[in-house]
Design a protein around this ligand. Structure first.
Ligand SMILES: [Zn+2]
Length: 265
């Protein structure tokens, strides 16, 4: 029963995530005006705005002008639905679940925003991570960590996490920039890792960065080969987010795997 509730809640919040993804990077208000078709301006009625179901009933097209609705909408809704569902399956119903759901939500909205803005070369040179998400996320990370385990130790853990998260990626980027005079890592990625540090503390950061580099290489090389463009601005934020989500659910498994391979075991 709870599973269904969490999944549906995820779908609803996923629908709102689409609004955030489409408006935040463009500096548009996220509350006004209500959603309308990008092509014909048709106002989306409430029954056309039901997650997943509306997309199926409308057969993926605007009810007025029949323009195709981007697959982004149902995809984001489903991803959020499953994130909420897995958070419940893994953490039950507790304050920790609330913390993890907020965390997962931030990771997803950041990953999608970074990804979709990187595709929009008319408006952006590369992917964008809105600072309101990362800075808001840093504050929420500290507050929610304290709600799960109140005390000075938690506060310090989060604080050190923020510092290490910022430095772990800012420093290599800074050195890269000094040597090559080219911009390495975007500042959005620095803030994203600081946010992850606020939620998880500093310990998992190195593993997460390693994982995201592996994912980035596995996905990045084929993309560059297909695009035939070495300078294609593949955003790194989505890989950091995916690596963090993998860590949340498979962290123990990965740490054991690492220890076993390194030290035999
Ligand atoms: Zn339309």
């Amino acid at each position: 029963m709870y599973s269904i509730i969490f999944f549906i809640l995820g779908l609803i919040f996923g629908s709102f995530m689409n609004v955030l993804i489409c408006r935040l990077p463009y500096g548009k208000s996220i509350v006004y005006p209500s959603s309308s078709c990008q092509t014909c301006g048709h106002k989306i009625r409430f029954y056309e705005n039901i997650p997943i179901l509306s997309y199926i009933f409308l057969k993926g097209r605007c009810s007025s002008c029949k323009t195709k609705i981007s697959i982004q909408y149902p995809f984001v809704e489903l991803a959020t639905g499953f994130a909420f569902l897995f958070a419940y399956k893994y953490f039950g119903v507790s304050v920790l679940t609330l913390k993890m759901i907020v965390f997962l939500y931030l990771l997803l909205v950041i990953a999608f925003t970074d990804f979709f803005t990187s595709l929009d070369s008319d408006n952006f040179e590369c992917g964008v991570i809105p600072v309101v998400l990362t800075r808001g996320g840093i504050v929420l990370g500290v507050i929610l960590s304290l709600m799960v385990a109140p005390g000075l130790k938690t506060f310090l853990d989060s604080l050190i996490g923020i510092l290490v998260g910022g430095l772990i990626i800012w420093l290599p980027g800074f050195i890269y920039q000094l040597i090559t005079k080219k911009e390495g890592m975007g500042f959005g990625d620095v803030e994203l890792l600081a946010m992850i540090g606020a939620f998880l503390g500093y310990k998992p950061l190195f593993l997460i960065l390693m994982l995201s580099s592996i994912f980035g290489t596995i996905i990045g090389i084929p993309v560059i080969l297909i695009k035939k463009d070495r300078n294609f601005p593949l955003p790194f934020g989505p890989f950091i987010s995916i690596a963090t989500i993998v860590y949340i659910f498979y962290g123990d498994f990965l740490v054991n795997l690492y220890l076993n391979t390194m030290f035999g075991g």
